[in-house]
Ligand binder design. Structure first.
Ligand code: ADP
Ligand code: MG
Length: 339
């Protein structure tokens, strides 16, 4: 069966029937607007991301279930970067009238399972026909105790620069897919179903030890620069301290250029943050309690967004490169899948 047989309202009803709304949802799917409550003393944090077929994903490389999970995870990552608790989700979906219901159900499964894993409820959205590509627009709302959320603008000279997890796996997987080469399973999973660092983000914000935070979605180089510019500082980055997975290291041994993907690849969805030098041990403890790893990769200096890279030969070099920019691709190819 395809979408045209059940129609817009048939699809919305299929989604609505699967929602079990918690007490905070006064009105969810089915009314003109969602009406929601937040815990006393909390502020509202909202973020949104678009995923467009052939720009962000291809059904040749992913399946609808993983796509649904990723659509939610990339949004949760933005709330994680603020240290917020995610609560509510909205799903905007445009797809061709001939889309298979099976595919839509699998996509909804992915959306709802990723949401449920973080205690997030789908409370609304919009559904319409697309002349071609699938277009997915997710909005996520969360909350944080007033005054506790973390911005990009709090880094100070002398702070340590830290990052969670490992970098480059997702970009390496994408690069292998684009070249038609075999992709290691763990790298592929990082690319197709990234995990947002929600618990770690909340724990870091609650600790009061972190001065600034951002999630790495456009690549370390670009997102570090965003944080530095917002804070009006510079940084020194230790190339050899950048955390890499075992699979990534193996590819680096074969082709040393691979390291560029850890610097500017993107879609890592790890947390990049700064903290006073004396806080390192406590931060490592917090990460361990969350079941995550954190590595110190440099330090904050005076400056205005500039980064000095300490490379593996011990040389200091200005860090070049910008990371991914949707409108600044050198040879703009609308069919190229990048995030
Ligand atoms: P409107 O015409 O006011 O935009 P709709 O008929 O589009 O209302 O939507 C009806 C209800 O279904 C609304 O509560 C809306 O939030 C919800 N909704 C529509 N599409 C989706 C979707 N893809 N996922 C979740 N809820 C949806
Ligand atoms: Mg509508």
């Amino acid at each position: 069966m395809n979408l045209s047989e059940v129609g817009e309202f048939g699809l919305i009803d299929r989604i609505r029937r699967r929602i079990v709304a918690p007490a905070g949802v006064v009105r969810g799917i089915g009314d003109d607007a969602a009406e929601l409550t937040l815990p006393d003393g909390h502020t509202l944090l909202t973020s949104t991301d678009l995923l467009i077929e052939e720009i962000h994903f291809r059904f040749d490389w992913t399946d609808p279930y993983r796509l649904g999970r990723k659509a939610v995870a990339v949004n949760l990552s933005d709330l994680a970067a603020m240290g917020a608790t995610p609560r509510y989700l909205y799903l905007g979906l445009a797809c061709p009238a001939g889309s298979e219901l099976e595919r839509l159900d699998a996509f909804t499964d992915g959306v709802l399972s990723e949401a449920a894993a973080h205690g997030v409820t789908l409370v609304g959205g919009d559904t319409c026909r697309s002349p071609g590509p699938w277009m997915i627009s997710v909005v996520v709302e969360g909350s944080a105790p007033a005054g506790q959320s973390l911005g990009r603008d709090g880094a100070r000279p002398g702070d340590l620069l830290l990052v969670s997890g490992t970098l480059g796996d997702s970009a390496l997987a994408l690069s292998l897919l684009q070249r038609g080469l075999a992709v290691d399973t763990t790298l592929l999973e990082q690319h197709l179903t990234p995990r947002a660092q929600v618990a770690l983000g909340q724990a870091l914000a609650a600790s009061g030890l972190v001065s600034a935070m951002i999630d790495v979605s456009d690549g370390l180089t670009a997102d570090l620069r965003h944080l530095l510019q917002a804070s009006g500082v510079g940084a020194e980055l230790e190339l050899t301290a950048i955390p890499l997975s075992t699979d990534f290291r193996r590819h680096c041994t074969r082709n040393p250029q691979t390291i560029d993907l850890a610097l500017s690849g993107g879609e890592d969805y790890q947390l990049l943050f700064t903290a006073a030098a004396g806080a390192e041990a406590q931060i490592m403890e917090i990460a361990a309690r969350c079941g995550e790893t954190v590595h110190c990769i440099g330090r904050i200096t005076r400056g205005d967004g500039s980064v000095l890279l300490h490379d593996s030969r011990g040389q200091w070099l200005p860090l070049a490169g910008q990371g991914y920019d949707h409108f600044a691709v050198a040879d703009l190819d609308d069919r190229e899948v990048r995030s």
